[in-house]
Design a protein around this ligand. Structure first.
Ligand code: MG
Length: 474
């Protein structure tokens, strides 16, 4: 038993309080217990015993029953009534001759008893067994305490998690209601990278609101988590996919208008993509209505309202564009300038209304001849028209000019104030060039204008070709 004791309670020595009014008993017992390595305290009466137990609670009390002033039962009762000492096991000591009330002993809280004269083994066995129980009780108490602490911590954690979840739920509900209410498409995508090279191979939809889903002709839940971005964006413009990769890799946001054919209809979207983690968020706005209006307005702004031909402003921009394009492509560019002969006298004689309808008819005739989509017929001035013919060498331009001249003459519009014919005629100057960066547009126009001037000088109703040609088209 002692061996077990020592293994259970390796370091601390257990203390035993012996209470007995007989000094001889105290001596015998203390000697016996000290011999077994217990720390022994002695009390000759009840009062001393209670004080000793309270000031420094022992691990066990050996308590004599018969003592003057306060007997063992009362001592035990008071020890058990005190919070500080109630846990201490009490073993009663009684003499064989004593009138020992075992039931009372247990009722007041005693745990065991030994009888005098002592049998050493029996006393030690009872003490060690009580101390073992006591130690195990303490261990259980400790475990219980630990368990309670853990439970408290666990409960605390559960509560904190529940709170966090509630906050998360609220913020999610908030975000989701914002997403659902937005008139703009909102989406968040994460990069999907090649496991070996680390390069972005596609983007996965993380968040998609209903407006975005509508663009894809589907529901948000059909897009979330899906790898459809690359396929979709490549249909619009493969360069865009690289631009989105650039957003993620450089952190620079991307803002652009895109045109997209949706259900056989042209749609325009304006989007802004901003880096978000290892991906990006994008807001998309349908600008189709605005774009169509803009296109309509910009087309209106380029049209001459009387003749329906393009206006002078459009002539300037397009000639410049075509000039640059022909420089890059090393292609020929031709220009026809034409003027209605004796138009001022026509106007004066027939009135402005007739003058206007004459110009409309001439423009319509020209328009019927200049049919290629790249050709640009413009009203250059009052009765002056200019025709830009990209990718057209001089020969072709002269043919067109001659055809126009002839067909206008064939219209047979009466002209009572013409000095050269009885009907409306036109004079034309043609110039052609394969432009280089060293050439000037102004010179190019001036040479066509000079040719037109010569056509008038030479008697009108004719085509003249610009001299000092820089091109080798003829
Ligand atoms: Mg006694």
């Amino acid at each position: 038993m002692n061996d077990i004791n020592f293994s259970l309670e390796e370091s601390s020595i257990e203390s035993i309080l012996i209470v007995d009014d007989q000094p001889a008993n105290l001596r015998v017992l203390s000697k016996m217990l000290e011999g077994k390595n217990y720390k022994v305290k002695k009390a000759p009466d009840g009062e001393t015993a209670i004080l000793a137990a309270q000031s420094n609670p022992p691990d066990l009390i050996l308590l004599d029953i018969l003592m003057p002033n306060m007997d063992g039962y009362e001592v035990c009762q008071r020890i058990k009534a005190d919070q500080k000492t109630k846990h201490i096991p009490v073993i009663f000591i009684s003499a064989l001759s004593d009138v020992f009330d075992k039931i009372k002993a247990f009722e007041v809280g005693g745990i065991d008893y030994v009888t005098k004269p002592f049998q050493e083994e029996e006393v030690l066995a009872r003490i060690t067994s009580q101390l073992t129980i006591q130690r195990q009780k303490k261990l259980i108490e400790k475990d219980k305490e630990l368990l309670q602490k853990e439970q408290t911590l666990l409960k605390q954690e559960i509560r904190q998690r529940k709170e966090a979840e509630a906050i998360l739920y609220q913020s999610r509900a908030l975000i989701s209601s914002i997403l659902n209410a937005s008139l703009d498409g909102i989406a968040a995508l994460e990069a999907v990278r090649d496991t070996k090279s680390g390069k972005i191979i596609d983007f996965r939809c993380i968040v998609v609101n209903p407006v975005t889903a509508q663009i894809f002709n589907s529901q948000p839940e059909d897009l979330t988590g899906k790898l459809i971005f690359k396929k979709f964006i490549n249909k619009i413009n493969p360069k865009l996919f690289l631009a989105f990769i650039n957003v993620v890799e450089t952190g620079q946001s991307l803002e652009q208008d895109i045109r997209y054919i949706y259900k056989n209809q042209q749609k325009w979207f304006h989007f802004i993509a901003v880096k978000l983690g290892d991906g990006f968020s994008v807001t998309v706005r349908d600008i189709t209505v605005r774009k169509k209006l803009e296109l309509k307005l910009s087309k209106l702004a380029t049209i001459d309202s009387l003749t329906g031909a393009y206006n002078r402003h459009y002539f300037d921009t397009s000639l410049n564009q075509e000039w640059q394009r022909c420089i890059r492509g090393n292609e020929s560019l031709s220009l026809i300038l034409c003027d209605v002969d004796f138009f001022k006298p026509y106007n004066d004689f027939y009135g402005h209304q007739k003058g206007d309808s004459c110009l409309i008819t001439v423009a319509e005739t020209m328009s019927d001849i200049v049919k290629r989509s790249s050709d640009i017929l413009t009203r250059y001035g009052g009765e002056e028209f200019a025709i830009i013919l990209p990718n057209t060498p001089l020969e072709g331009a002269v043919n067109i000019a001659e055809k126009i001249r002839k067909e206008v003459a064939d219209l047979q519009i009466p002209h009572a104030r013409s000095n050269i014919a009885k009907t409306v005629t036109i004079s034309l100057g043609v110039n052609s060039i394969i432009p280089t960066p060293n050439d000037s547009i102004e010179d190019f126009i001036k040479m066509a204008d000079d040719a037109l001037y010569r056509a008038k000088e030479n008697g009108r109703n004719q085509v003249q070709i610009a001299t000092q040609l820089k091109c080798n088209s003829l």
